[in-house]
Write a protein that binds this ligand. Structure first.
Ligand code: DX5
Ligand code: ZN
Length: 220
């Protein structure tokens, strides 16, 4: 079993202190910083966007993994690249011209991810899998941190793993929503390469740094 990348989700952190959080995470067991953008249209919540990413960027040591939960993401790709995105993930459900959007992300010099809501089957990615750097499986309905992990995700990750192998795709499998110490091991067994965790990392009593260290050790 391989060791997954860990991507703490800043949404669950103290948003009045993003600089301090980024500096703390610089020395922590964090591989990517996960940045959740919500528009109040595609998802029933509004988080933060371009100016916040731009403010965060000079303080961030790790690559920034931008998760766009917004309609018409194609209108904002260049702006997110300019603001500091390393990876840009768009939702399958927001992109009738997904292939074009993926090519746009890559032509900007970012890696490209596609996210699937819990009810969206992995089979829909068959014809685009080989073009992707990341597939993000939502293990909750997007829009809020702190929700409960949907158990069917494990089967979905395993099915995606098989699809990626069939299609000769090297895309990383990322899982987002309700990830914790209990489901992390099974997720990696099923094929997950990147684990996003918000509440578990930032709301654990020990604090983010020891929690990430514990998770890393457990997955080793
Ligand atoms: C949910 C976001 C997630 C969220 C994860 O819409 O995409 O990244 O921050 O938070 P937890 O780990 O608390 O479910
Ligand atoms: Zn996310």
């Amino acid at each position: 079993r391989h060791e997954p990348l860990l991507a703490p989700s800043l949404l669950a952190s103290d948003l009045a202190n993003l600089q301090a959080t980024a500096e703390t995470l610089a020395g922590a067991e964090a591989d990517w910083l996960h940045f959740d953008v919500m528009d109040g249209r595609f998802v029933p919540n509004i988080s933060f966007g371009l100016p916040v990413l731009e403010a965060l960027r000079p303080h961030a040591r790790q690559p920034i993994d931008v998760h766009l939960m917004i309609e018409q993401p194609e209108n904002y790709l260049a702006a997110f690249r300019d603001a500091g995105a390393t990876n840009i993930t768009v939702h399958y459900e927001t992109c009738p011209h997904l292939h074009r959007v993926v090519e746009q992300i890559k032509s900007l010099g970012c890696t490209a991810g596609v996210a699937l809501n819990p009810a969206t089957p992995v089979s829909l990615l068959e014809d685009i899998a080989a073009d992707l750097d990341v597939v993000l499986i939502m293990s909750v309905n997007p829009g809020f941190g702190g929700q409960t992990f949907i158990p069917n995700t494990l089967r979905k990750v395993a099915a995606l793993k098989e699809l990626l192998l069939d299609q000769g795709s090297g895309a990383l499998i990322e899982v987002d929503g309700g990830v914790n110490e209990t489901n992390a091991g099974p997720l990696v067994e099923a094929g997950a390469d990147v684990l996003v965790a918000g509440s578990f990392v930032f709301k654990s009593p020990g604090g983010a740094v020891p929690t990430l260290a514990r998770l890393r050790k457990k997955l080793r």
